[in-house]
Design a protein around this ligand. Structure first.
Ligand SMILES: O=C(O)COP(=O)(O)O
Ligand SMILES: [Mg+2]
Length: 232
């Protein structure tokens, strides 16, 4: 991150691919939905690059493997309802925390940062999942893909967090696994750090327009601490 810039006061943290490896949950829910339409199961490998752009795009992409656009339009509402039913039934059962997530969140809090979780996951999936994984107490704010009219890569949810926290975007860092998070952060005027272990739509993490790649949220906290010392 640049020196000569403002100290960081808040962090906006992504969920899928950043804090939790959720593809195993997506596998159960999506294949539950597919079975209702007589479609064969698809693998985690196929699903992984599809995650991160919200439920509507995910359902369309998953159905597009077998159906043309007209058929997708015709079944979309039923498919979405089936997917939501399956997802809520298994939410968090197979998802796992990535290494050093809890330690990283604690370290960010210990630096005095305010924390928000901004995900493209529907908020009705997000709240119980954060609770089940012990993440709820770390976040003052949680916004999902359906919290606002526009989701990441639009800056709208990030700008709302800045307003809620009354912190300038230049003093906020977004931490995520994908170009989606980085584009939203750039458009909002926030810093952006990227983790390399998540789901960047099948592209290498190095292709993300980021201020730095960090191996974990704990490493992100160490980098932010150094940045704040250099810019205090
Ligand atoms: O698209 C989703 O469902 C979630 O994606 P995100 O948590 O990486 O924003
Ligand atoms: Mg993500």
């Amino acid at each position: 991150m640049k020196s000569g810039a403002a100290a960081i006061r808040a962090a906006i943290i992504d969920l899928d691919g950043t804090m939790l490896h959720t593809v195993p949950d997506f596998e159960l829910a999506l294949n539950g939905m597919r079975a209702e339409f007589g479609l064969a199961p698809i693998t985690q490998q196929i699903i992984e690059p599809m995650v991160g752009k919200g439920s509507e795009k995910l359902i369309r992409d998953v159905l597009a493997r077998d159906f043309d656009t007209d058929r997708i339009d015709a079944v979309f509402n039923d498919a979405m309802a089936a997917y939501q039913r399956h997802y809520l039934a298994i939410n968090g059962e197979r998802a796992t925390l990535y290494p050093h997530v809890i330690e990283g969140l604690q370290a960010l809090k210990d630096l005095g940062l305010r924390l928000a979780c901004v995900t493209n996951k529907p908020v009705a999936f997000t709240q119980p999942l954060l609770a089940k994984k012990g993440l709820t107490p770390y976040f003052e704010l949680v916004y999902g893909g359906d919290s606002f009219p526009r989701k990441k890569p639009d800056p709208m949810p990030l700008l709302q967090v800045c307003r809620d926290f009354d912190v300038e975007p230049a003093r906020v860092v977004a931490i995520g696994d994908s170009s989606n998070d980085a584009e939203a952060a750039r458009a909002a005027g926030c810093f952006v750090l990227s983790v390399p272990y998540g789901y960047n739509h099948g592209k290498p993490v190095q292709s993300i327009n980021s201020d730095g790649i960090v191996g974990s949220l704990l490493e992100a906290a160490e980098l932010i601490s150094a940045h704040n010392k250099a810019n205090s």
